[in-house]
Design a protein around this ligand. Sequence first.
Ligand SMILES: Nc1ncnc2c1ncn2[C@@H]1O[C@H](COP(=O)(O)OP(=O)(O)OP(=O)(O)O)[C@@H](O)[C@H]1O
Ligand SMILES: [Mg+2]
Length: 494
Amino acid sequence: MKERIIGIDLGTTNSLVSCIKDGRVEVIVNERGARLTPSVVSFSQDGQAIVGEIARNQAVLNNDVTIVNCKRKMGSDHQFMIRGRHFSAIEVSALILRKLKVSAAQRLGRSVDRAVITVPAHFNEKQRHHTIKAAEMAEIEVVRLLNEPTAAAIAYGLYHNKQAHLLVIDIGGGTTDITLMNFKNGLFTVKGTSGSSRLGGVDLDMAVVDWLGENFKQEHGIQLKDDPIAHQQLIIQAEQAKIDLSQTDMVEVFIPFISGTADGPLHLRQALSRKKLEELNNSFFDRLTQLITATIDDYELDPAWVTDVVFVGGVTRMPRIKQIVQAVIPDRVMWNDLNPDEAPVLGAGALAGKFSGQNENFFIFKDMTANELGIEDHYGKFVSLINRGTIYPVSATRLFTTTMDNQPDITIHLLQKTGDGEIVSLGSFSMTDLPPRPAGELPVDVTINITESGLIKVTALNLEDGNEQFITERVDQPWDNEGYARRGSGLEVV
Ligand SMILES: Nc1ncnc2c1ncn2[C@@H]1O[C@H](COP(=O)(O)OP(=O)(O)OP(=O)(O)O)[C@@H](O)[C@H]1O
Ligand SMILES: [Mg+2]
């Protein structure tokens, strides 16, 4: 029997699993029969983790032991505190992944040990690395990390076998990815990609929460934010209102007994129109328009280059999103026939099927880096080795040298410049016991290699004696310009 490899979309709000069945890729439903499993973790009295629908449904009551939107914290040092215990985003993701693995295994009637997992295209290396660590913790071997927009494009390709220039717009709960892609003769080539890990449906919800809270405060003089249970109810109802307003023009948000005074209970009742929702989120839509136009510009393409638009992520169901895209790229085909929640996981499942030999006729794809990579020189400056927008797998080498006479060591400090313009420290290592040479006379080749999953390996090669070293240790603090500049890497470009 052939090995089953599954596809997993580990989302900010919802996660999905898929695999190939009778030659077709299918979403695997969970034990409740649902296609989406909420990426919510909570803990029972005895400390057992509860993942999914049950955790989400009890989020109001169990607010203090519930973790949501954990993907937004991937790659950071953030610790979730539950009953005095700390959980990293990796550990929380591992709990979600384990649950997905167990429920898929039950459904398929066999164990599941390997997976293709999707990640946002703009995820930096640390976020990718942490995703793999989470999978390892859940005893899942990651066969490949696949960029979500590329996965969605593969799903598009399964249904529309034609030539196209695609604009993939993926707006999920926490993140936004904009990707330009060429699709021809079964080959996808990413032409441009950018995104933000700070733009997603959650932001739309929070704008509504703030507005509702402000109105309530004006009317009753009570700050609902200060009451965690009331605040959680607001968040849930705000999201529901936002979702409903994709279909209707007006909703009424009603939360009975949300608060109270000596005179009795207070209820929240507030009409919200689609127009008002959009107005509250003007800055969100401006940022989105800007991201789309900037991505097209950055890669020296023209809006007219795009022939087809593919929508991914729940937020793209909002009518306003389509209007925005139509304003930037008029008269293009807007595909709504793919379920925007399911497109990435279907692509991941198709690729998983290819790896397990169950999917013969498959598309090939070339992915592109969303971040620039380089190392720090002696003066604390970022020296670029691999530009943003480079097709990978790839390897790039640059020649460096020492900055002082008889310098005993050098530090290779790997840096990544994200689409948001932020510099992230990915790790460092030192090469010690260098032979004594005058400044600038010891040649060292630094090579950065990016694997198919977007993971990075750095090597330094002392060209004089052939001594080679790899990155071993990963530092987790953000790059502090001053701190590192003062330390000095002992390296400069030749
Ligand atoms: N009909 C709808 N109208 C507006 N927003 C919606 C609709 N349906 C879902 N959403 C929103 O979409 C978001 C979830 O989308 P999705 O499940 O694609 O995200 P995710 O994959 O979990 O997140 P990410 O891709 O950022 O990791 C939530 O903010 C949800 O409120
Ligand atoms: Mg998603």
